[in-house]
Design a protein around this ligand. Structure first.
Ligand SMILES: *[C@@H]1O[C@H](CO)[C@@H](O)[C@H](O)[C@H]1NC(C)=O
Ligand SMILES: *[C@@H]1O[C@H](CO)[C@@H](O)[C@H](O)[C@H]1NC(C)=O
Length: 856
């Protein structure tokens, strides 16, 4: 102990002499030295035990009595006890047994923490005499603590773009144990992406890091859980774990991707705006905003953007424009999907447009004739038509037809070309115009159609001749017309058109009674009006007919003709003519009335004719005045003058009667005849009475002379004729004899006869007698002889030239003379003049009896 004191002093002196900054080091070294030397000294004078920690109560630390060489009695008497200043009450002294026992469980870690040498220092103090012993109980470590981490879990957020080699510091584990029981190593599992790296610091601590050795991909693994295990070196080994949760943070490393590179969709044309055509979808493996996809259409050269629209967010492609199959059958929409990081993908959307029957067939007239001739041949092409339907398929198949009952048909050569041709004969006169409606319809459902109406004119061909309205015409004209008077109009119609229907009227050459008809009538070429060229005389010509030709203006012209008969109507233009008694200059004529004549005695008959006809020739007779009161009367109808009373002596011999002959025309015309009647019994008496006759003696002589002359001529002619006939007969007889012998054919000979050339007015010939006979031939039952009064000539054809005087006392009771005249006139109007002459002759014959003539 003294030595130690000395040593202390020396140390202190040294320390004092040392510079200040060296003093701690020296002090520390000294302390160590001291401590070591002290321990050595203690060990010699103290006891040292070692026990493991965590021993149970009562665990025997050491037999201190034995070790100290003390009797247990000493322990009891000395009231041995443990003295400790700071160490806890871990150890107890069992004085009886003289051993040290564990009083309380000892936790080394609690006692010494990390201090490697952990010992309990205490003294055992004895009294009587006081002694003390230093006892050191070293507590050894047992592996009773596992390494622990402060937190059971550690979270990291690491971007997936972190590069390999990136380090992440981990929390260290703590093991309360020391020494071998202390923390030994770490382990990290799994090791896919990270490896563990532990390196010691200068201060002895270990830094635990994990190092990224393989890139992270959030899209593959968004969260990685690692287990970090810390193990100690104790036996048994203990470990502690910590969960490392790594959240991989997204980086926009993925572009959006369309589900298909090409989408297909169909849409019918004319779909309404807003129709969803298709939906494109792109996905982005990234997260959050990096995966927020925006769709857009990238076409910019065409008009796609005007037709389609893509919803930015959901990729629905909708229609915003009109889709027309006929304009475009496909659309290619280029779509882009882009995320917010600017990465993109693109795809195509091919939209096929489906046809809808929305187009009418279009009818284009390629060429057309507006006019076709009515004589066009069959299959003449009238119009060429081109059909177009913009639709496709059935919607574009077109069929055309025309309205029914048309003489046309549609022919098709090629699907889209039609020609309209004639398929039956045309007739402008039946239909001059056709409205041909061409209707074309497609085969879509519902079918669409369109039509066009072609108006076709049929041009005229001169195929119709003019046609008169009637098959024949009859017209009347009153005689004595003014020349140039229009009589009548013929009218012909021509069914053709225009020039072909322009009818001209032409009078056809013919002759009427040997005179060209053109000297009778003329026809106005334009109007068909027939004009009289001359004034007609009914008494000369009663009717005539001619032909009028109607000719159209076509080329060649067509014509037709019609017979026109003109009937001339009578006018009361002729006064009655008294045939008997003949009116001469002086009234030579006298009728004898015997004084003994009875009442009703027929004195004479006034015979008058009227060359007019009908009413105009209907004559009536009246007495104008009588010399004596009511001796005679005239038959109103027949002109017979009869006595109406007995003749008396008072009655004058010479009676003069004026008879008015009136016709029935309007106005009526009349003639007056004076009839001298001699009321006497003998001719001389008469002569004496008719003194005024004498001055006519010379006239009568002359007349007689002429009569004789005429008779001589007639007789001469008659004899000449007879001679000629006889000689001809003889000649022929002789000739026939010769012919008989020579067998030559017999040529019959007909004697010349006078033909009935009567119409032209050359009537003052004697041979008219014969004609008169033919007039009163058997055709007419009106015998002249019966018609006349007492003096009638009958000429028998068989007795040519023989004249007989027949005193016809009997009145004809059958036909009134008027009707007879009328009838005969109707047949032979021309004979009137002849008859007139006959009457003249007969008057002479009446005046002079046949005997007188022969005497003469
Ligand atoms: C044709 O049509 C026109 C005009 O629509 C009409 O005036 C004419 O009468 C028609 N013709 C026929 C023959 O239907
Ligand atoms: C008149 O017409 C008839 C038919 O109606 C014809 O036979 C005749 O030849 C025509 N005459 C003339 C002169 O054209």
């Amino acid at each position: 102990n003294n030595a130690a004191e000395v040593f202390h002093r020396i140390i202190l002196l040294i320390l004092k002499s040392l510079p200040l900054h060296l003093r701690p080091i020296i002090l520390l070294s000294v302390f160590n030295f001291y401590f070591i030397s002290a321990s050595f000294s203690m060990s010699t004078s103290s006891r040292h035990y070692t026990i493991p920690e965590e021993m149970a109560k009562g665990f025997l630390v050491g037999n201190i009595a034995h070790d100290l060489g003390l009797q247990t009695k000493r322990l009891s008497s000395g009231k041995a006890r443990i003295y400790t200043r700071d160490s806890g009450d871990y150890i107890e002294l069992n004085r009886d047994r003289g051993v040290l026992l564990v009083k309380e469980r000892i936790d080394r870690e609690a006692l010494c923490r990390q201090t490697t040498l952990c010992a309990l220092h205490f003294q055992i103090i004895l009294e009587n005499p006081m002694e003390f012993y230093t006892v050191t109980v070293q507590i050894t470590d047992i592996n009773d603590n596992a390494p622990t981490f402060e937190k059971s879990e550690m979270e990291f957020k690491i971007s997936e773009s972190a590069i390999t080699g990136a380090k992440f510091v981990l929390e260290r584990a703590v093991d309360l144990d020391v020494g071998i029981n202390d923390l030994k190593s770490y382990e990290l599992k799994p090791t896919d992406h990270f490896v563990l790296k532990v390196h010691s610091n200068a201060d002895g601590n270990k830094n635990v890091e994990m190092v990224l050795q393989k890139p992270l991909d959030r899209e593959k693994q968004e969260q990685i859980s690692l287990v970090l295990t810390a193990v100690d070196g104790g036996e048994p080994q203990m470990s502690g774990t910590m969960l490392i949760v790594i959240t991989v943070l997204d980086v926009n490393d993925n572009a959006p991707v369309f589900t298909q590179s090409t989408y297909k969709a169909t849409v019918t044309e004319n779909s309404p705006k807003g129709t969803v055509v298709a939906t494109v979808t792109a996905s982005d493996a990234d997260q959050g905003s990096n995966s927020k996809i925006t769709y857009s259409i990238t076409n910019n050269l065409d008009d796609i953007a005007k037709v389609f629209e893509v919803n930015e967010e959901n990729g629905k492609v909708t229609l915003i424009g009109n889709i027309d199959f006929e304009e475009s059958r496909h659309y290619q929409i280029n779509l882009r999907a882009s995320d917010e990081g600017g990465l993109t993908d693109s795809c195509k959307l091919i939209v096929d447009v489906q046809d809808v029957n929305d187009n009418k067939p279009e009818i284009n007239i390629m060429s057309k004739s507006n006019v076709i001739s009515e004589d066009a041949k069959l299959n003449t092409v009238v119009t060429m038509i081109n059909i177009e339907d913009k639709d496709s398929g059935e919607n574009g198949k077109v069929k055309c037809f025309i309205n029914e009952n048309m003489p046309f048909t549609l022919k098709t050569s090629n699907t889209n070309f039609y020609s309209l041709v004639t398929d039956s004969e045309l007739d402008r006169e039946r239909a001059s115009e056709y409205n041909i409606t061409v209707t074309c319809s497609d085969e879509g459902v519902p079918s669409l159609s369109s039509s066009v109406t072609l108006t076709l004119q049929i041009s005229d061909v001169n195929d119709n001749a003019p046609v008169f309205e009637r098959s024949s015409y009859e017209a009347y004209i009153v005689e004595n017309n003014t020349p140039g008077l229009s009589i009548f109009t013929v009218k012909a119609r021509d069914a053709d058109w225009n020039q072909n229907a322009r009818v001209s009227y032409i009078l056809e050459d013919s002759s009427v009674n040997g005179v060209p008809v053109s000297s009778y009538v003329s026809v106005s070429a334009d109007s068909g009006v027939i004009h009289a060229v001359r004034s007609f005389d009914y008494e000369q010509i009663k009717d005539f007919h001619f032909r009028v030709k109607a000719q159209d203006g076509g080329s060649p012209p067509l014509s037709s003709n019609v017979t026109v008969r003109i009937l001339i109507q009578d006018q009361n233009d002729n006064p009655p003519q008294v045939l008997y008694p003949v009116q001469t200059g002086g009234s030579l004529v006298a009728e004898m009335v015997p004084r003994s004549a009875d009442v009703g005695y027929l004195v004479t008959k006034v015979v008058a004719v009227d060359v007019d006809s009908g009413q105009n020739a209907w004559l009536s007779y009246k007495l104008q005045k009588t010399t004596d009161r009511a001796l005679f009367e005239v038959g109103l109808q027949n002109g017979e003058i009869r006595t109406i009373r007995q003749v008396t002596d008072k009655d004058a011999v010479k009676q003069r009667l004026a008879v008015i002959v009136e016709d029935n025309g309007q106005p009526s015309r009349s003639a007056t005849v004076v009839v001298n009647v001699a009321v006497a019994d003998s001719f001389p008496e008469v002569l004496s009475e008719f003194t005024d006759f004498t001055h006519d003696k010379e006239y009568i002589d002359n007349l007689t002379f002429y009569l004789v002359l005429a008779l001589a001529v007639v007789s001469f002619l008659f004899i000449t004729c007879l001679v000629v006939i006889i000689s001809v007969k003889i000649y022929r007889w002789r000739q026939s004899r010769i012919l008989y012998h020579s067998n030559l054919p017999v040529i019959p000979y007909y004697p010349p006869r006078y033909s009935d050339i009567l119409g032209t007015g050359t009537l003052q010939h004697v041979y008219n007698y014969e004609v008169c006979m033919t007039t009163d031939s058997r055709k007419s039952d009106c015998k002249f002889g019966r018609a006349g009064s007492q003096n009638v000539l009958i000429m028998d054809p068989s007795s040519t030239g023989t004249m007989q005087r027949i005193q016809n006392e009997k009145r004809s009771e059958a036909d009134p003379p008027m009707s007879c005249w009328y009838f005969s006139r109707k047949k032979r109007g021309e004979s009137t003049i002849l008859l007139q002459n006959l009457w003249i002759i007969s008057t002479f014959l009446n005046l002079f009896s046949l005997e007188d003539i022969f005497v003469l």
